[in-house]
Write a protein that binds this ligand. Structure first.
Ligand SMILES: Cc1cc2nc3c(=O)[nH]c(=O)nc-3n(C[C@H](O)[C@H](O)[C@H](O)COP(=O)(O)OP(=O)(O)OC[C@H]3O[C@@H](n4cnc5c(N)ncnc54)[C@H](O)[C@@H]3O)c2cc1C
Length: 391
C-alpha cells in the first residue's frame, strides 16, 4: 500500500530535521516523514561543517535569522530533551573577527551599522585594537575588523541529532531511503519515488537534499542554480600558546582559522579552483601550497605546525547570488525549497525550519524571508550579501 504523508523532507540533514521539528511542534496531528539515504551521515554537509554561527551579515534577513538562531541555542538542550536526555551542543561563544582590507572596509562598516541597528553587539575595531585584543595577529595589512563577541561554534552533529530525535519523539517518521524522483500531478507535487521503486505520497515535498539537489529537482523540470563544491578543513597542531581564547578569524581573502582548543586550530579557505562535483578526497598539499604562507603573513607564530588531520565536505553553492533559496517553487504547488546555502546553512536551520513550517501550515511567517524566494531567480533579481562575502 502506498503511504501518504502531509509533508516529506527529502534529506535528513539539519534543514530536513529542523523543518520536521517545527512542523510537528506546531501541528502534532500532521503526518511528516524525513527520508534520508545515509543515516550514518558520512558525507552530509551538516556534520562536515565548521558549525559556526555569526551575526556579521549585510542583508537584514540574514542577520535576523542568526539572531533567532542564537536565541534558540540558549534553550536548545531543554527544548530538544527526549526521555530525559538533553543534547549537549557544546556552544563556544568565541566570537567572530572578520578582518578587512581597504577595499572591503566600507562594506564591512555598512554591515556593522545594519547589525547594530538590529541590536547586535557587533563593533568595528581599528587595526591597533585588533592587535591589543589578539596579539598573535600582524595588523599592518588590514584596515580594521568587524568584531562580534556573541558568535560562536558548536557541535553540528549534536544540533542535527537534537532536531532529529525531537521531531521523531513528536511523531515524525524517519525513513532510510534514497529519493530518485519527485512526483507531480498537473501543477501539484504528489510525492516521491525511492530507489527501491516504492512511492510515497505527500501534499508537500521539502527539498532538503543539500549538495545533492541538482539531479533531484530536474525530475520535476526545475533547474536550480546550485552546485556541489568541495571545501577543505585542515586541523593543525601549532606551537602557539594563546593568552586568550581566539575567535573564528577571517582574513581579508576569506582564509579562516578557528581555535579548537589550546594550540589546535582548524584552517580553511574557499578557493576559486575548488572542484565542482561530489568528491570528498582530502588533499593536505592544498594547505601547504595555498594556505600556509598567507596564514603566516598574518600570524607569524603559525610558521611551525603539523597537519594532524582534516576533511573535505560539500558546499551547496548558489551560483546565482550565494544566498538561500527558500519557499515554494513557482508553478509547482507544494514543492518547497531549502537550498543553496553556500556555506552558511548550518546556522540558518532554526529560522529556515520555522519559516518553511509556517509556509506549509499557511501561517503568516514570524520572520518574513520572502527576499529569498525562488521567484527572484526567474525574475533575475539576485540578492547579494556584498562583494566581500567571505565564508
Ligand atoms: C567545510 C564546511 C564548512 C562549513 N561551515 C559552516 C559554518 O561554519 N556555518 C554554517 O552555517 N554553515 C557551514 N557550512 C555549510 C553547512 O554545512 C550547510 O549549509 C548545511 O549543513 C546544509 O544543511 P542541509 O540539511 O541543507 O544539507 P546536508 O547537511 O548536506 O543534508 C542533506 C542530506 O540529504 C541527504 N540526501 C541527499 N539526497 C538525497 C536523496 N535523494 N534521498 C534521500 N536523502 C538524500 C544527504 O545524505 C544528506 O544527509 C559548511 C559546510 C562545509 C562543507
Amino acid at each position: 500500500m502506498t503511504k501518504k504523508y502531509d509533508a516529506i523532507m527529502v534529506g535528513g540533514g539539519v534543514m530536513g530535521c529542523a523543518t520536521a521539528y517545527y512542523l510537528m511542534k506546531k501541528a502534532p496531528q500532521l503526518k511528516v516523514a524525513i527520508i534520508e539515504k545515509d543515516p550514518t551521515y558520512e558525507f552530509c554537509s551538516t556534520v562536515l561543517s565548521d558549525a559556526n554561527i555569526r551575526l556579521q551579515f549585510n542583508i537584514k534577513e540574514n542577520i535576523q535569522i542568526s539572531q533567532y538562531g542564537l536565541e534558540v541555542l540558549k534553550t536548545f538542550a531543554d527544548d530538544m530533551e527526549v526521555d530525559g536526555v538533553k543534547p549537549d551542543i557544546a556552544f563556544r561563544e568565541q566570537g567572530n573577527l572578520f578582518m578587512t582590507d581597504e577595499a572591503g572596509k566600507a562594506s564591512t562598516q555598512k554591515g556593522i551599522a545594519t547589525q547594530q541597528s538590529l541590536g547586535c553587539p557587533t563593533e568595528w575595531l581599528e587595526p591597533a585594537q585588533v592587535k591589543e585584543k589578539f596579539s598573535l595577529f600582524e595588523v599592518d595589512q588590514i584596515a580594521g575588523a568587524g568584531w562580534s563577541p556573541a558568535d560562536g561554534t558548536m557541535d553540528a552533529n549534536a544540533v542535527l541529532t537534537g532536531y532529529k530525535n525531537k521531531a521523531i519523539a513528536l511523531g515524525a517518521e524517519y525513513i532510510k531511503g534514497e529519493v530518485r524522483e519527485i512526483l507531480k500531478v498537473d501543477g501539484q507535487v504528489s510525492g516521491v519515488r525511492l530507489a527501491s521503486g516504492d512511492e510515497i505520497q505527500a501534499d508537500f515535498v521539502v527539498n532538503s537534499s543539500g549538495a545533492w539537489t541538482k539531479g533531484l529537482t530536474k525530475t520535476v523540470g526545475v533547474e536550480l542554480p546550485v552546485v556541489p563544491i568541495k571545501r577543505h578543513v585542515f586541523v593543525v597542531e601549532t606551537n602557539v600558546e594563546p593568552d586568550v581564547e581566539y575567535p573564528l578569524t577571517v582574513l581579508p581573502s576569506g582564509l579562516y582559522l578557528i581555535q579548537e582548543h589550546g594550540s589546535t586550530f582548524l584552517v580553511g579557505k574557499s578557493l576559486d579552483d575548488d572542484p565542482i562535483g561530489i568528491d570528498f578526497a582530502f588533499d593536505r598539499n592544498i594547505f601547504i601550497e595555498e594556505l600556509w604562507e598567507e596564514l603566516v603573513g598574518y600570524a607569524p607564530a603559525f610558521d611551525q605546525l603539523k597537519i594532524t588531520g582534516g576533511w573535505a565536505g560539500l558546499y551547496a553553492v548558489n551560483t546565482f547570488d550565494r544566498n538561500a533559496i527558500l519557499g515554494e517553487w513557482p508553478g509547482l504547488k507544494g514543492f518547497m525549497l531549502a537550498n543553496g546555502f553556500s556555506g552558511h546553512g548550518f546556522q540558518q536551520c532554526h529560522g529556515v525550519g520555522r519559516y518553511l513550517a509556517e509556509l506549509i501550515l499557511g501561517e503568516t511567517p514570524t520572520l518574513d524571508l520572502s527576499i529569498f524566494s525562488p521567484q527572484r531567480i526567474l525574475d533575475n533579481k539576485p540578492v547579494f550579501e556584498n562583494e566581500h562575502k567571505l565564508v
